[in-house]
Design a protein around this ligand. Structure first.
Ligand code: HEC
Length: 126
């Protein structure tokens, strides 16, 4: 019994530490964790944009019968939504646009910078 009592403060301490750690990590992204700078000098659809859409959007916006009203699979489908201005509005949470990704927080700054720069450059299929 005595040993259990003496371990209790340690257990509480570890729990608090652990929860604090989880909270601290929640808002960290790749840049914070690994010290990688956000490099937007050259943005490529296949190397930058497609992987972002793959991990954040395609589980709703897929070909076939998507959860969302349209697919964002493949360059052509993405370009349609860029040209209407919908994609920019949705990811940047501009007024009047549905906020995407719909099931989570806004994309990290670096990913938004990449998307916005790519759109400004005319959304090339590069
Ligand atoms: C959880 C499912 C889900 C995810 C994840 C998701 N979307 Fe959507 N998206 C929807 C639905 C549903 C709609 C239809 C509008 C609405 O109901 O909000 C939509 C609408 C849109 C629109 C149309 C905006 C407009 O002006 O009408 C765009 C563009 C869009 N999504 C882009 C994205 C992008 C880019 C991502 C990833 C960063 C993403 N979505 C992630 C479900 C999703």
């Amino acid at each position: 019994m005595k040993i259990v009592k003496s371990l209790l403060p340690l257990a509480v301490f570890l729990t608090v530490l652990c929860m604090g750690g989880m909270l601290a990590c929640q808002n960290l992204n790749k840049e914070d964790l690994f010290g990688i700078q956000c490099d937007t000098t050259s943005v490529s659809y296949s190397a930058d944009i497609e992987p972002i859409l793959q991990s954040n959007c395609l589980h709703c916006h897929y070909d076939g019968t998507p959860v969302a009203p349209f697919s964002l699979q493949g360059f052509k489908n993405v370009l349609i939504r860029v040209n209407t201005g919908e994609l920019e509005g949705a990811v940047n949470h501009l007024p009047g646009s549905p906020q995407m990704p719909r099931d989570g927080p806004k994309l990290p700054e670096c990913e938004l910078s990449l998307i916005n720069k790519w759109i400004r450059e005319g959304a090339p299929n590069n």
